[in-house]
Structure formats: structure tokens, C-alpha cells
Write a protein of this length. Structure first.
Lengths: 305, 305, 305
């Protein structure tokens, strides 16, 4: 694996192997990289958990992290993503983790760039490391995926998490259902009420209401969203035995979910954050190991690069 | 000590033990932590000396520092302090150093958070690591506290340094006096002229005039403040033999203190900065050592956490 | 060498010794510093390549880098450069790398500061590490400097790169010519057309058009600049055999240079970035080695500092 750009590029086999490696890291295994790699994190949008999670994972697989302040970089002078990443390559960076506003920004990095690219969110596109940690969280809970019912609730059309997860979960045999207001469904077929969804869901996966997107919409109120689509205390009580609650966070308390449920027994919301570090270690190791093997082949056969 | 939130929570015994440990670090002793801990610095307000001082101290006690850019974090998306710190806990952070605008922001972190919290300034509240370095500076100079005269000059009512220091110094037997314009005294009893204060002060402790607070006040002028309350060259000449000048910095030169006095023989202003690193090493070691012992107890007796 | 502030302070001998050391680093030699030094990077203006290049070089010579966020520091509270750098000295920083808007900002750091200062750009002044990497790039290509023709193209009067390079190159026996619109020549004698310059140039060194400076100028258009002063595909075809193209970057594609030429065979634009890391390792090692020797002398003869 040279890059991790989208869940669509991962086979079930690759995906499962990342999950199983994360499990080993969680049990305390050490990474198997032969040298320290140089990485940089390019976050062009605010982030706490994704950026700190990558920072931690990078150190745990022995990387040197070169700070990059996206809000104070030459991107301000109009430099293209290609020129920025090529520059980092020449400086000696082996892999970059990028979050950017532009969907599929990485397309301009596919040709001519030797640095590995890990997509940490591209606009309303994909967020594969989040998807993988979600899958890992489900895997830890149920041991397998086939036949599970997963209900994804929220702004489906703008959610990179919803899209990444739906693709991967369906490929793994999961029955994925969407629940959202009509205007947030986009091209997806969605339910518009909880009726019939709560009682058989193994996983209720809530999405963050992006107030930035909806604040000018007079028809939107937090209270009525919570009442119609939120996971209320009353709804949680009706959930299936052994079922779990997930949310990529940050949570809008009392909007997507009642504040008192955020750390309830069923909730895996903070566990997801914990799982994210192990998943990102597995992603980084897999990508950097690939570079190692590549380096060896090149040096053995003296292939010009 | 799990957290360091306010000087009010420290006994004289704890406080003295931190000062003595700082002295050992200054003499070149190494920290006694058994492993590398993960820390993050959450500065929601601008800072140079406090943040770089903690960064340096953290490395000197063997910590891994995970960068956290407060001005580019999910706090922008409205995430609460609790959710931010809980997230960092799940990522594997052992201790956070926080500076925030909100007084006593840490109250929401007392329940449910396992990460250790070091308060690096809470609005007009407390700034305990600054207080401890001030005490260390006085201790280095005079060898003891009992009976010293300390005059604190400036915006007492808005100064977290003034409050933290006054509490601790009085507990240690110091005679603390305040000097400031009437409107800056708040609930404190204060002098409004230098008369009788200069000649017997062992320590003149100047506070920074926070221009952000006073710039819209037409009655305030830098020149007249300097003339009435500033430490002028003429006033310095009248100071007691062996007495010292302190200031938490950044200094407004020629406002709180004449520019040529900032590095005069009596001034300990830059020494305070130097002392801060040793004090923060002592704080970090004490808190992280506490976690170590706790970890051992838990693993020995297999207590579920 | 205690500081690196301006090319004007470097003798040819010092300059060549830095270039030769960079060459050794590029061949894989390790640094010869006896301990880990503490450095901080103070970038008061946006930067990608210079800041990440220094970050990488610092780690490669074994430094500990203490993060400093210029846009969130006490400089915002009006702290002077002297007080900021003195503070970092007291915290234990050995060397600072500074980029600032103010020309010759370092003059206030020459007295009373013990930290070593590396100028990473002072307004329209100098940018010596960029100059040295440019010289290294030319040296790698031609093996020597004497008698080479170098044409520098662009906003000469505002370019710190142009000035730093012209001084150094002329001292090394290079024939330096400027090409720019009349209003960008400043006090320099410049050509205003490519006539006669292309065919005998060993190096065409393009400068970045600083749109920030020219955007309000109605007479300036990117298209006409490219046509008159840009390196077009047609002009590149007329360049001398073995000649090279340089640019300090970030490049405005299709303004200073046709986009398809940025990575053409003649272009050394991304090589310059690569060379910068080795040059900065050599600069850092030279400056920190100087501190080491100084430390030894002081400790041997017990000279108070």
C-alpha cells in the first residue's frame, strides 16, 4: 500500500489485515519498521482527535514528525498542493497526512510525487482512517461483520464518514440503513423516522450535525433535530441487548445524542478515539513497510529512481 | 499530587518540597521517572515563556510532547473542555498543561477525567507554576520566607499572579503589601503611593499592566502610571540593600519599570524565567511520579480501573 | 561563527567551507556535535520550505526543537524581539532561527544576547541560508564559480535573495546580471529585456513575483510579465547547453516560469530544496560547534559567564 486515499481502494482483505494488526498493537506488540521515517501532518482544517491521534501513532511507530503549520505556510502565498508536497519530499519527508477542504485533493498528487499520502479527510469526500477505526470498533464488539444491522443517522450527503463506512460495511456483508431528514439524504435512500430501526440495530452510528452548514437554515433547530433524529434517553432504553452507540465526535451534546448517554454503557464514543491510535499505527506501519521493501528492491537491483 | 490547579490546594510542605526539588534540578540532578510520559500543552491564550518553559521542562523529564494547536482545534467547533481532555486521555495522554480564558475552567475536569491537569493560568484566577517559580526565586535569594516584606504593585484585582502569590507568601509568614490605583485594588486593601514601601521592601514584585484591559480607559496613561506606580530609576536607588525586583513578564518597558532597570543588578526578571524551567520539571516529576505509583498499586492488586 | 545574519559577514573561505560540509552531509556523513542542543524557530512570516527545512536539519544534527508559535506568542502583547529572545535564552535555548518582517531586526540582538541567531529572512534584507543553498546548487553543477554568467530575473529591489546572492556571487568571481522592469530595479543597474542574456547564461535565477506587493498595481498583469520577463518554453529552448534554471520558490507557475518547465531537465528548483537541508545542517553544525568550543574554554579556565 503506497497511499491510503479512499475506502474504495481497499479490498476486504487489506482492510481486515489492518484491523488485525491494530488488535496486535492494542495487545502491546511493537512495530516492525527497520528505521525511523519522517512524516508531516498537513491539516488545512481544524482537528483535535484526528491530528493528535496521528501524532501519537506516528511516534509509536518510531517516526520523526516535522511540524507543518498549514495556517502559516506557503499555501497562503497560493502554492499548489502538488508543489507543497513535492517540497516536503525534497526535504526528506517519507509520508504526509493531509486534511483539506477540497474533495479528492489527492488526485493532483498521484503523478510525480514519491511521498506516501494518507488522507485524513477530503471535504465531503472520504476519511478512511476514521472508517477503519469504526470498523475496528465493530469488530472488537461482535467478532465479525456479516449480517449485522448498522443504522447511520445524520447529514448523510455531506458526511465523509457516512460514505466511507457505508461502502466498507456493505462489502463486509453488513446491512446498512440511513436515517435523516429528507433534505440531508442526497442520492442515498434513507429512512425518515426511527420506527423499526432501533430494536434490531446492532450499531447506531450517529453523525455530527455540522452547525457551520446549517446555521443559516431557519428550518433547523437543535431541539427539534434531537427530538426527531437524536438518540434520546428514551430511545436508548429501547435498543437491542448488546447493541452499541458510535459517533465520530466531536459530539454536539443534546443534539445528536442526549448528553447523559455519551459515556453510557452502550456508548463506544471514547473507545473509538482509543481505537484510532492503534488503527493509525497499523496504517502507518503498512505504508512505511511498503516503502522499506521498495527501497530494498531498488538498492538490490540498482534501479534508478 | 494528581493535579496542580491552584496554590490554595498546596500545603506549605508540598510547596517547599517542589522548591527543594527544583533546586536539585538546577544543581544538575536527573529526574527519577521510570518511563516516558505523553503530555500535551493546551494554550488557548497567547504565551511565550510559560509555554516554551513547559515544553523544555517536559523534555527534560523525558516526556513525549504531542502538539496541540488550540487555535485550530475542535474547540472551534464548540467542543467542551471536558470532551477535549477526555479525547486526549483516550489517545494516550498522561498529563495536560492548560491555559484558558475561563476562570476555574478545570472544575469540569475534576470528575471523570483520569489525565493529570496542570493549570498554566485560568483567566483572572490562578497561575500556580508562576507562583512557585516566584517563591523559588525568593527562596534562592533569602534562604527563607518568614518576616520578609514583599510589595506587589499593579492591577491586583485582575492578576492571577498577585492572588496566587499573596496566598502562598502569607502562609509562609511573609508580610505582603499591595500598591495600586484605587480602581485596581478590587477587594484587597492596598496602598496608593510608594511612601514607606520602598525602603523596607525585600522584594518589589511588579505586575504587568494589561493594556488590553485599559486601552479604552481614557484616564489611563502609560506616562502617568510610570510616574506614580512605576519603578523609576530614582525609586530603585532608594531600595533597601540586598532587595530584589521581580516581574512575571512580558515587561512593558518604561511603564511598570524603567527600561534600564530590567537587567539591573537587583533585577531577577530574567532569572525568574530560568528558575521556571526547574520548577516545572519538579511539578511534572511530582505529578507523573504519582501516576507511576498509582499504576503500580493497580497492577499489583489487579484493581480494575 | 556565533551567528549567521547576512552574507555580507561571510568571507569566501567561510562560505566555501559551509558548502563543502554540506557536500559531506549529502554523501552521508554524520554531524560531529558532542551533545544535543536546544533550538527554536521563530517564524513571524509564513513559510513552508525554509521552516520545514530548518526543522529537518535541526533533527539531523541531533537538536531538540522547542516549538514556538510566533502567531500566538507574547509578541502579540508587544514584547520586543530582544525580550523574546532573551527569554528563550533563559529557558535554555542555544540557537534561534528567525524570520521577521523588519529589515535587520537582528541589530537589537547583537548586544546582551548569548543565544546564537540564524537569520531566515529579514524583510527585504537578507536570507543567507537561501543564498548558501543557491551557491551550493551552482557549485554542485559547475564545480567552481569563477567566470560564470548568472542572470537574476524579477523584483530585484524587494528581494532579499537577489541581494544576498549578488554580493556573494560577485565576491566569488561570478558575472551577475539583473533583468527586470525599470520600476523593480531599485538602485541596481538592470537589463529590461532578455536580449543577449539567454544564450550565454550559465544560470537563470528567477525570483518570485510577490503578488502581495503588486496586486494593487493596475499596470501589472501576470500575462504580460510572463511574456516579457518570464521563462517561456520558447526562451528555455534557446538557453546554453549545460545551463540551469533556479528559483527560490514558491513558484508562481506561468508567471516567472512556464508551468511545464518547473521540473524540466534544466530545472534545479526542487533540487535547491533538497540541497537546503544539507546547507542548513552545515550552518547549524558550524554555529553549535562554535558554542561547544566556547563552553570548553569557559569551563577549563573557570571564566564566569
Amino acid at each position: 500500500m503506497k497511499n491510503l486515499l479512499s475506502m474504495e481502494h481497499l479490498t476486504n482483505r487489506e482492510l481486515i489485515s489492518i484491523i488485525l494488526r491494530a488488535e496486535e498493537f492494542e495487545r502491546g506488540e511493537q512495530h516492525n519498521l527497520c528505521r525511523s521515517y519522517n512524516v508531516a501532518n498537513l491539516f488545512f482544517e481544524p482537528s483535535t482527535r484526528t491530528s493528535t491521534s496521528f501524532e501519537m501513532a506516528e511516534r509509536k511507530v518510531g517516526c520523526t514528525v516535522i511540524p507543518f503549520d498549514a495556517s502559516f505556510s506557503s499555501a497562503l502565498k497560493g502554492e499548489s498542493m502538488y508543489d507543497t508536497v513535492k517540497t516536503l519530499e525534497m526535504i526528506g519527508i517519507d509520508a504526509v497526512v493531509i486534511r483539506a477542504k477540497e474533495e479528492a485533493y489527492y488526485n493532483e498528487l498521484l503523478e510525480g510525487i514519491n511521498v506516501s499520502v494518507i488522507n485524513a479527510g477530503d471535504g465531503a469526500g472520504q476519511h478512511p482512517s476514521q472508517s477503519l477505526l469504526d470498523l475496528y470498533t465493530i469488530h472488537k464488539e461482535f467478532g465479525q461483520f456479516d449480517g449485522l444491522n448498522v443504522t447511520i443517522v445524520g447529514d448523510i450527503s455531506h458526511s465523509r464518514v457516512a460514505k466511507s463506512n457505508a461502502i466498507a460495511l456493505r462489502n463486509l456483508g453488513v446491512n446498512v440503513r440511513f436515517l435523516c431528514p429528507q433534505e440531508w439524504a442526497g442520492d442515498f435512500e434513507a429512512h425518515h423516522s426511527w420506527d423499526g430501526l432501533l430494536e434490531d440495530s446492532d450499531v447506531v452510528m450517529l453523525l455530527r450535525v455540522q452547525h457551520e452548514r446549517h446555521e443559516n437554515n431557519k428550518n433547523f433547530s437543535k431541539e427539534s433535530y434531537h427530538e426527531q433524529y437524536g438518540l434520546t434517553v428514551e430511545r436508548e432504553a429501547r435498543m437491542k441487548k448488546g447493541s452499541i452507540i458510535m459517533h465520530p465526535a466531536p459530539v454536539n451534546r443534546d443534539v445528536e445524542i442526549a448528553s447523559e448517554l455519551v459515556e453510557c454503557e452502550r456508548s463506544r464514543i471514547f473507545d473509538q478515539v482509543r481505537n484510532g491510535v492503534f488503527i493509525r499505527m497499523a496504517i502507518l506501519e503498512s505504508i512505511l513497510k511498503g516503502r522499506e521493501i521498495n527501497d530494498e528492491v531498488h538498492s538490490k537491483y540498482s534501479i534508478a529512481r
